[in-house]
Unconditional design. Structure first.
Length: 63
């Protein structure tokens, strides 16, 4: 079955940008970003229809 794969950062954006303010904190910020990012896979029946509806604006983000 075809999949839609997306990545979402689950950490604190405030903490990430705070670490980016200093030169020493940038490597730690990158590690924090990589460690806090999740890969989310959705199995769907018709990926072409999904992409078409997404591009046309007919899909809304549900939370």
């Amino acid at each position: 079955m075809p999949k839609i794969i997306r990545y979402e950062f689950m950490g604190s954006w405030f903490r990430f940008w705070l670490m980016c303010l200093t030169v020493v904190g940038i490597p730690f910020a990158v590690l924090y970003l990589i460690d806090g990012t999740l890969r989310i896979e959705h199995e769907i029946d018709d990926p072409e229809r999904f992409v078409e509806e997404f591009r046309s604006g007919r899909l809304t983000k549900k939370r």
